[in-house]
Design a protein around this ligand. Structure first.
Ligand code: UD1
Length: 336
């Protein structure tokens, strides 16, 4: 039997594919390469000794997904395939609704047609909007502040309803802020265009592709005034997916689970930690707040520990050192 990883050539998908291989599973990656590189597939292949079947195509294509499931003996699905930029989603809401909901519905239809029940869904802490209290737990209020967030929230609700009528067993994994790269330095994040996330932007400044990191606001109600987030190592996050698949048979139905470290760092703390990891300063400058940013959010991690037996084990300096190893070796990502 095998696990189908949709969007498996992407940043989190590729690391998860490797973690699934290390846990003894056979890997089938489906990706349309619309926002990823075939060289990410090569990197997975190299790290897994070739334990990989790659299918290039769209997760919304029910026939293709059904055929892949049958031909490859798939019995579990990890669904990543989706667009992921908040700002892009505000400019192109229709593209986000169509792509993210279309691929999710397509995969669920194909699973129903082939009687595959177990799924892990890639969700986000964006479903908590601006939290009243931190840490946020899985029962904290939810809401969507932009079309990207809407696709995650409504994706979760759609899956809850399918599970409620007995259609599948699913874990909704709410990621906090994944950073870092595989420790080999051969696999990592490959942002197309100018990155919008903090660590990819910072690393491109460090590598000389961008001039200066804008720090979006130092006048928040936080210890140093800059916003606080829960950064977690992408390899810890990948291992969280393995733990979720392992826990599914004993926990049927539908559950939302936070994947974070339970600890927050401010933007200025991340910059200082990166400077320490790199051994040199990184040009940065405090500018106006970015519209839509929340002041602080970090994860309550009790449920992940209890239900999945999973806790993040890698700290901020390791995340930044690993991210830098990848970035330094691949200043232009996989295109290099
Ligand atoms: C963002 C999304 C979140 C999504 C996640 C996935 C928003 C409001 N949230 O999280 O829904 O799931 O990305 O990638 O967009 N920062 C700077 N300078 C920069 C970039 C970021 O100071 O050049 C700061 C931001 O103000 C924020 C922190 O760094 O405080 C993290 O930002 P980012 O990496 O974009 O992640 P989020 O905004 O937390």
């Amino acid at each position: 039997m095998a696990v189908l990883v949709t969007g498996g050539a992407g940043y989190i998908g590729s690391h998860t594919a490797v973690a699934l291989h290390e846990a003894g599973r056979r890997i089938v990656v489906l990706d349309d390469l619309s926002n990823s590189s075939e060289r990410a597939v090569d990197a997975i292949r190299a790290l897994t000794g070739g334990n990989l079947t790659f299918v290039q195509g769209d997760a919304a294509d029910v026939d293709l997904v059904s055929r892949t499931i049958v031909e490859q003996d798939v019995d579990e699905v990890v669904h990543f395939a989706a667009f992921k930029s908040v700002s892009d989603s505000v400019e192109r809401p229709l593209a986000y609704f169509a792509n993210n909901m279309g691929s999710l519905v397509g995969v669920v239809e194909a699973m129903a047609a082939t009687r595959v029940r177990r799924m892990v869904f890639s969700s986000s802490c964006t479903v908590y909007g601006e939290p009243d209290e931190v840490p946020v737990t899985e029962s904290s209020p939810t809401g969507a502040a932009n079309p990207y967030g809407w696709t995650k929230l409504h994706g979760e609700q759609f899956l809850e309803q399918v599970a409620a009528v007995g259609g599948l067993d699913v874990m909704l994994l709410r990621y906090f802020n994944p950073v870092g790269a595989h420790p080999s330095g051969t696999m990592g994040e490959d942002s197309r265009g100018v990155p919008t996330n903090l660590v990819p932007y910072l690393m491109q400044v460090a590598v000389g592709r961008l001039e200066r990191l804008p720090v979006f606001g130092a006048d928040y109600d936080t210890p140093d005034g800059s916003p606080v987030r829960d950064y977690l190592h992408v390899v810890d996050l990948a291992e969280g997916h393995v733990a979720a698949l392992d826990a599914l048979p004993a926990n049927p139905g539908c559950r939302a689970i936070n994947l974070g470290t339970g600890r927050g760092y401010s933007v200025l703390e991340v910059v200082a930690a990166a400077e320490h990891a790199l051994g040199r300063p990184v040009a940065h400058e405090v500018v106006d707040r970015r519209p839509g940013d929340v002041a602080r959010i970090w994860a309550g991690t009790d449920l992940a520990e209890r239900l999945l037996g999973w806790a993040a084990s890698r700290g901020l300096s390791e995340m930044l050192a690993d991210h830098w190893r990848w970035q330094e070796a691949h200043p232009h990502g996989y295109g290099d």
